[in-house]
Design a protein. Sequence first.
Length: 309
Amino acid sequence: MSAAAKPSAAVQVAELRRMREAGEKIAALTCYDASFAYLEDRAGVDVVLVGDSLGMVMQGRNTTTAVTVADIAYHSRLVAPFLQRAFLVADLPFLSFATRERALDASQRVMQEGGAKMVKLEGGREQADIVEYLAVRGVPVCAHLGLQPQLIHKVGAFKVQGREEAAAEAMLHDAKVLQDAGADLMVLECIPSSLGRRITEEVHIPVIGIGAGPDVSGQILVLQDILNISPTVTMGHRPRFVKNFMEGAPDIEGAIRAYVQAVKTGAYPAPEHCFGDAVPGPKALAGAGPSTPASLPRSKSHAHPSPRR
Ligand code: KIV
């Protein structure tokens, strides 16, 4: 068999680390079923996430909080068999990692029943104990900092995180603490590009951004957002970091390939997809909340504000 004909080896944590070191961008995308899993894998997506965004894009809810471990295990089970190369990460949903025991049970389910190779959990230094508990037991963990959609009922609204100096410093500290606790990967959601760069420079694990600027190890988006089929996107409410990859693509696989290519070459995210440092004044903040009528289902990213600066 010629080298070119060899099937690519399955992506593992070590390969993600190598990609970060080599400066090769990691293309990550959410996925919830077999058909798309097959296409994403064939299109060269490196990391596939069964995210709790499924509560919005699959179940039509307004938040992610109703998603259960059983939901994540079920969708992971649909996706896992169709990934030959891509690395499967599964979200731990709201409250499923509230204690060490719950976190271990949830991880066991999504890995053993679902076939995931890593779990992702939202939160800062307060989760370090859980991350360490899982990591030392052989559960690879992806941390998730910045905007944390599972906190919606506590914080009331989604907005760009880490713009104030103190908040940026705290997030940087959280990132280091979670890394030291054993996290092997990190997602940064909706933060200024400058902070995305700073955190990426100061930790040594791969950092995947969603609205965190270009200077991170890779990008992740919600599948339905790049295909322009999330209800609110099709109604014209597009978060700043979302790009419609169906534009100019011959078909769905072409759109996914275009996304992978754009991430790999650095063409995505462009400046118009990124957040600056400026803290919006009261007027801008007032206009930054979700513009979708509450009765409409919103994808996770659509529940975010889409500030234009
Ligand atoms: O649930 C999800 O889809 C996510 C990504 C957007 C990072 O957490």
